[in-house]
Design a protein around this ligand. Structure first.
Ligand code: NAG
Length: 441
């Protein structure tokens, strides 16, 4: 071999090695409930394509656990199976051969029954080895049968109780109750459930391994990892651990109290475990390898109604609010706006001249890079239209991407594609949040 040839070969080897090691995981969540939206918000499978060149994993959300048999089943038989959406999605791998497509179970979409009891089956299925086996076998059949590359467990463990602002007598009684009973207990068998969950993951992985199928975990918002997950025991059996470290404050959990839904770092006067960094530290300090951790980034904002009593919208948390903001034109869900809805409301109005200010939004970017941006519009003279929005924008998504890079984490997960600006109505760019986060990796 000539010297030139040798050095060219060496060069190529070095380039391909750094390419492999430099490659970050980009998990793209696809919420299929988006197909019922109408007009500009409607999300067809073809809308996925401009995102897929950036994604290493596509997570199909969501499958369900069947009430009586506790087996893994499609959540929406009509759409997923009869209309063949499972197949249409796994067929995308022909065009994107490196893409891994996973089916996710739970995700707070597998809801039935009353509040509190709704997630009971996610604990019941863990409780005996017979039930776990039936679940594992049903999962293996479903995943393999439709050509998925693995399962994601967006496990619906009970959520922590939202913080309440109490005053006067209420505070007195609740203080007393805590002294007697300790923190209110949401799951008396939490310790067993934690161990049984580890067993489930081990059993799943050994059933899936012969077919090279993946098993990943998504830690849902407000599920307390210290209660339910044992990082050291779980990590060897999981391919990725996706942390949905957001929605600490939502208008559903905290009707009257607004705060940043997804701060990167601890904020003054707040709980020290309700931020991204605390979640990442918990997993790393307890034995999860950084290169399996994936940081979830929301593509939406949370909204609360403001009335004229709200004196200062800039000193957070805001209290005594009027509940969730009105549904957006595309997503039609109270208290939630997609990034596309936010940018058309907030960012495009920047610099609009004339008119009385109350119809306009004020946007407050995050100069601290710790908390994320927010925007608001004060109510008009008829007390209408007041709204406060905390959200993720391309800049804050990039800050989180940079955090992932600095900490040597595996990558990012966008939750989800259908709420990002998939049409490019904010600017010229489709998927602004996804792209901003990816380019910071
Ligand atoms: C999570 O659980 C730990 C230990 O059980 C507790 O100290 C902490 O306050 C909990 N966090 C939340 C947000 O409830």
């Amino acid at each position: 071999m000539s010297a030139l040839n040798f050095s060219v070969t060496l060069y190529v080897v070095i380039i391909s090695i750094s390419f492999v090691f430099g490659e970050k995981t980009v998990v793209c969540n696809y919420e299929t409930k988006s197909h019922i939206r109408e007009g500009q918000g409607k999300f067809d499978i073809s809308a996925l394509e401009p995102a897929l060149q950036y994604c290493t994993h596509l997570i199909y959300g969501y499958a369900a656990i069947k009430d009586d048999t506790l087996k893994l089943v499609p959540l929406n038989e009509q759409f997923d199976v009869i209309k063949d959406n499972y197949r249409h999605v796994t067929d995308l791998k022909r065009k994107y051969p490196k893409l891994k497509v996973l089916l996710s179970v739970g995700g707070n979409e597998d809801v039935n029954g009353e509040d509190g009891e709704k997630n009971l089956k996610y604990r019941e299925v863990l409780e005996t080895s017979t039930r776990r086996l039936a679940f594992v076998n049903s999962a293996h059949t479903l995943i393999k049968g439709f050509g998925f590359d693995g399962i994601d467990l967006a496990w619906e463990f009970p959520e922590t109780k939202p913080k309440k602002i109490k005053s006067g007598l209420g505070a007195f009684w609740s203080g007393l109750k805590h002294k007697i009973a300790g923190e209110s207990v949401i799951d008396e068998n939490a310790e067993q459930h934690r161990e049984q969950f580890t067993s489930l993951v081990k059993e799943l992985k050994s059933a899936f391994r012969p077919d090279n199928l993946l098993v990943t975990l998504t830690v849902l918002p407000n599920v307390n990892s210290t209660v339910y997950y044992d990082p050291r025991a779980l990590a060897p059996y999981l391919d990725l651990i996706v942390l949905h470290a957001f929605d600490f404050y939502t208008p559903e959990r905290n009707k009257k109290l607004a705060d940043f839904p997804s701060p990167l770092y601890e904020l003054i006067d707040r709980r020290n475990d309700e931020n991204v960094d605390a979640w990442v530290k918990y997993w790393i300090n307890n034995g999860a390898p950084a290169n399996k951790l994936v940081l979830g980034i929301p593509t939406y904002g949370r909204t609360w109604k403001l009335d004229s009593d709200t004196s200062s919208v800039d000193s957070l948390p805001l209290t005594e609010l009027e509940g969730p903001g009105d549904p957006g034109p595309l997503t039609k869900e109270a208290g939630l706006l997609s990034y596309a809805e936010i940018c058309t409301k907030v960012e495009h109005q920047q610099g609009v001249k004339g008119g009385s200010t109350p119809t306009q939004f004020k946007r407050v970017p995050d100069s601290t890079k710790r908390r994320g941006p927010y925007a608001y519009r004060l109510p008009d003279e008829n007390e209408e239209g007041g709204i406060w929005i905390a959200y993720e924008d391309p800049e804050s998504a990039a800050t989180k991407g940079a955090y992932v890079k600095n900490k040597g984490l595996a990558g990012i997960a966008v939750d989800d594609l259908t709420l990002d600006d998939f049409k490019g109505i904010c600017g010229h760019n489709k998927y602004a949040i996804l792209k901003a986060a990816v380019s910071a990796l």
